[in-house]
Ligand binder design. Structure first.
Ligand SMILES: Nc1nc2c(ncn2[C@@H]2O[C@H](COP(=O)(O)OP(=O)(O)OP(=O)(O)O)[C@@H](O)[C@H]2O)c(=O)[nH]1
Length: 502
């Protein structure tokens, strides 16, 4: 009875403490210096995009083979009947359009180990694969481990040059040569992929409707491309594989083979040495196998890989402009996308995608967060978003016609254009050298007609489309121009010399 009272008193004290805690917590949290962490459920635009991610992947260990003997009245010495261990699971990256960035990923991913073999020649179960969903446009760089191999759907098509990372500045023939092993680094890569192909025969199929092909590789040598961005990763092999289509899969770490059961080892060494057989009913289980067979019956470890995943958006057109130029408003006007719009700079924190539907084709447009002068040196939102422009075919420069009008702090549109082109060139030489057009936005504002006329005299080499994104004026003409550029009926490229700035 006394002990019961003591217990309930303790319980009461605990309750009192816990009932105080929330108040203390609220009190402290409201005056805390540290910023409150944003919930994972915050709207996408409020969260910073994670477009580069390091991942350690380990395939599951193979299960051990079993060593067991079956005895019957006629076979007093017993026949081996231990089954093989099951294969370990693979770590697979799968391309999914429902994933935006790498924020939902874990840095360590281990696949499950295979089941152990058992008596009556039962093979261990195959370890479960770990499937990690990554966004469309994920490029894989390899820090350690083997080059992953792609398990692609039958319907997969050949990639266009702007979709293969690193080939943008090269012409198609160069990249073809690269793939045809003109480059020694490629030879190395391809030897790895052929190794992968060899090992594929031993692996069970991941999906019945799939076939295994070598990864899309390019001819950039690892050290060359990695030294551009991160000095601390000198050994990294860049762009070893990429995921560009929904459902595409890449095995980045494969499971180890299962160990052999004594049914199989018996065939390998015809004289199995057994010690101290222990009788379980009509079955004899070997307590200690010979050294040779014991090494064979242990499951092999899974392969390990250290990867860096990088996201490069895939769109046909990217809207590139200074903050507040009206890119998000424009994306909303030309497509059904509903990006956030604000009258302050850097409303857009991650690229928004929209689909532009025509009778015959659909064009994907990406609204790239605002770039400012020095973006390539990580100013503003930094150079992370310049990467997304690398993977688009057409650039639509969105200029704010009203920015430089009297009494405003902004810069005139021709200077905006020059700064944008220079930023692209600083990030990657030749990045601005692709099909483009100019969107002269905010034509509804007073005094912008004169600015537009001046823009036309100062910029040659690319068509200028005057629009008012908020009122959706000039949108049909712009949509027609974008279509003509994308389907190749129009071809304009802008050079820095085509812009006359002050
Ligand atoms: N007058 C006028 N204002 C516009 C027009 N288009 C956009 N705006 C305004 O310009 C401001 C910025 O628009 P956004 O679409 O957020 O600009 P943004 O380029 O996406 O800006 P960031 O997210 O900073 O890159 C908003 O207040 C819009 O209402 C236009 O055609 N005319």
């Amino acid at each position: 009875m006394l002990s019961h009272c003591v217990k309930s008193l303790r319980h009461f004290k605990i309750l009192r403490k816990s009932s105080e805690t929330p108040w203390n917590f609220l009190f402290h949290s409201s005056y805390a210096d540290t910023p409150i962490k944003k919930s994972k459920l915050a709207p996408l635009q409020e969260r910073r995009m994670i477009d580069r991610f390091s991942l350690y992947a380990k395939g599951g260990e193979g299960g051990n083979g079993c060593s067991s003997f079956r005895r019957s009245r006629h076979e007093s010495r017993g026949k081996p009947d231990g089954g093989n261990g099951g294969r370990g699971g693979d770590v697979i990256l799968e391309c999914s359009p429902t994933v935006w960035d790498f924020s939902g990923l874990q840095h360590h991913v281990n696949a499950n180990r295979g089941g152990h073999g058992s008596s009556k020649n039962k093979i261990g179960t195959r370890g479960a694969d770990k499937v990690v969903q990554v966004p469309v446009g994920t490029v894989i760089h390899l820090v350690k481990g083997e080059i992953p191999y792609v398990v692609e759907k039958e319907s997969s098509r050949e990639l266009d040059p702007w979709e293969i990372p690193g080939t943008l500045s090269k012409d198609a023939s160069q990249s073809d040569q690269g793939i045809a092993l003109s480059d020694p680094s490629m030879a190395e890569n391809t030897s790895c992929s052929s190794h992968a192909k060899r090992s594929i025969k031993e692996l069970p199929k991941v999906e019945q409707s799939t076939h295994v092909v070598s990864p899309k590789l390019n001819s950039i040598s690892a050290s060359e491309s990695c030294s551009e961005e991160d000095g601390e990763e000198p050994e990294m092999k860049c762009n070893v594989a990429e995921l560009t289509e929904q459902g595409q899969r890449v095995i980045v770490a494969s499971g180890g083979e299962g160990g052999l059961g004594n049914v199989s080892t018996f065939r390998v060494s015809k004289k199995p040495k057994t010690k101290d057989p222990v009788l379980h009913g009509d079955k004899v289980t070997e307590v200690e196998a010979s050294d040779e067979s014991s090494s064979l019956n242990i499951g092999a470890p899974g392969s390990e890989a250290v990867l860096v995943l990088e996201l490069k958006s895939i769109a046909d057109v990217s809207l590139v402009g200074m903050p507040n130029a009206g890119k998000s408003t424009l994306l909303g006007a030309i497509s059904r996308a509903k990006p956030s719009v604000g009258h302050y700079a850097f409303t857009t924190l991650r690229p928004n995608l929209g689909n532009l539907n025509y009778d015959d084709i659909s064009i994907k447009v990406a609204d790239i967060p605002g770039l400012i002068k020095g973006a390539h040196e990580n100013r503003g939102l930094g150079h992370a978003f310049l990467r997304h422009i690398e993977r688009t075919r057409v650039i639509a420069y969105v200029l704010d016609l009203a920015a430089g009008l009297d009494g405003r702090k902004g810069i005139p549109p021709w200077e905006q254009l020059r700064d944008l082109v220079l930023e692209l060139e600083h990030h990657q030489e030749g990045l601005s050298d692709r099909l483009c057009l100019i969107v002269a936005n905010k034509i509804d504002e007073e005094g912008t007609n004169g600015v537009l006329e001046e823009l036309k005299t100062r910029v040659k080499g690319a068509p200028i489309y005057p629009v008012c994104a908020v009122l959706e004026e000039g949108i049909p003409e712009l949509k027609a121009g974008l279509k003509q550029l994308v389907d190749g009926h129009m071809s304009y490229k802008l050079k820095i010399d085509d812009i006359i700035a002050d």
